[in-house]
Design a protein around this ligand. Structure first.
Ligand code: CUA
Length: 421
């Protein structure tokens, strides 16, 4: 064997070993504590998935080390120039001597057919059990159903407190899915445009949001907390910037949050910066963004319509990219409802924290009172959103730039938004 070939064999062996060690280190050290890790679940579904992953990973690990170990052992045993005896009988060969060629071993071949078959059969049983458990959407203990609508590039949540998704929702919010901790909450996942995928890794598996379809899902968190998520189906330029947060509150906190979400906004007092901001907002922003009590469907360029009989409007691909669909006061169709923007910890598809220092140390219900507004990102977002988060080339998706606004206008709009708590 030439020295060049030998070096190559050594190098590839080292790479295999180094790669294996790196994988183990990454697997254990990095992912376990990551916000998007499935390895430290805090919800029923997340645990079901982890319970499936762990034994399979162990079995796969044993198989990996057996096979790789055999490869390395055989390579070492039969390496060229491994011994000076070089008679070929004990597996040692002189340089350039071609080894005896053998093939066919019934017992080995039957073994390496049967063992993987049995392994995969056992794994498939556990996989099916886990899949059926995850699909058990009847498990929901709450009447409430949240319709989750994927949009380019943010998430809309329509809360149906009585569980009837065929009537208008009680309130609508965006990006942060707030749920009571400890109970299963039913989700009804849809898309308004292209295929997205809803995923809060610590709480549950992925469920696709598909135009024209309605996917049932349940979500549950053991403890109050904020759990990050990410759209996991490529959905256009800003797919990577389509994040979300699931916020679990204690049942009494949830009731308090829910009652607040149903309160309409009030017009700012005349003569204030917030009132001037509302003037700008009503002309520049209200054609897309709903603020309950202040904007109306008429603001959005059409006569207010009563909700259609079939409220399942996002169940159908509604004309593609044709712009806002005017359906009800609560929903503009193309942009988040901002009625209680200040109660959220993030904005712009959850890519920016609304409060400095992430606000994770502030109780969720106190964010609007105690948090320090992340004014820099918010102003930059209002002024030129596409610069922070690419929209589509035709400007029909994503928030448009408002570079025509003066600094005073922006300050006033922020003053107005600050009243939305
Ligand atoms: Cu939405 Cu990717």
């Amino acid at each position: 064997m030439s020295s060049r070939l030998k070096a190559l064999v050594w190098l590839s062996s080292l790479l295999v070993i180094a790669g294996t060690i790196a994988l183990i280190v990454v697997g254990i050290v990095v992912t376990d504590d990551h916000p998007l890790s499935t390895l430290s679940p805090v919800g029923r579904q997340g645990r079901d998935i982890a319970r499936l992953i762990n034994p399979i990973f162990i079995v796969a690990g044993v198989v990996f080390f057996l096979v790789q170990g055999a490869v390395l052992a055989l390579w070492w045993r039969y390496r060229v120039g491994g011994s000076d005896t070089g008679d070929g009988e004990h597996g040692f060969y002189e340089d350039d001597e071609f080894p005896d060629q053998i093939h066919g071993n019934d017992r080995l071949e039957i073994a390496w057919t049967i063992i993987p078959t049995v392994l995969l059969a056992v794994i498939s049983v556990f996989t099916l059990v886990a899949l059926f458990a995850l699909d058990d959407v009847e498990a929901s203990e709450e009447d409430m159903v949240v319709t989750v609508i994927g949009q380019q590039w943010w998430w809309e949540y329509q809360y149906h407190l009585d569980g009837d998704t065929t009537t208008a929702p009680d309130f609508v919010t965006a990006n942060e899915l707030v749920i009571p901790a400890g109970v299963d909450v039913a989700l009804d996942i849809k898309s308004r445009d292209v295929i997205h995928s809803f995923w809060i890794p610590k709480l549950n598996g992925k469920r696709d949001a598909v135009p024209g379809r309605s996917h049932d899902w349940v979500i549950q968190a053991d403890n109050p907390g904020r759990y990050r998520g990410q759209c996991t189906e490529f959905c256009g330029l800003s797919h990577g910037y389509m994040k979300m947060v699931a916020v679990a509150l204690t049942p009494s906190e949830f009731a308090q949050w829910r009652d607040n979400q149903m309160t309409p906004a009030e017009a700012p007092a005349e003569g204030t910066a917030a009132a001037a901001g509302w003037e700008v907002f009503s002309q520049q922003c209200a054609s897309c963004h709903a603020v309950n009590g202040l904007t109306s469907a008429a603001n959005r360029g059409g006569a207010a319509e009563s909700p259609p009989d079939d409220w399942d409007i996002y169940g159908e691909f509604n004309g593609g990219y044709a712009g806002p669909v005017i359906t009800d006061e609560l929903i503009a169709g193309a942009a988040p409802n901002l009625t209680h923007l200040m109660t959220r910890g993030t904005f712009a598809g959850s890519i920016f924290d609304l409060y400095l220092g992430a606000g994770d140390h502030i109780p969720y219900l106190e964010l609007a009172n105690q948090g320090t507004l992340n004014r820099g990102d918010l102003e930059a977002w209002i002024y030129n959103a596409p610069e922070r988060k690419p929209a589509d080339a035709d400007g029909l998706r994503g928030m448009p730039a408002r570079t025509g606004l003066s600094t005073t206008d922006i300050d006033n709009v922020v003053a107005f938004l600050s009243t939305l708590d």
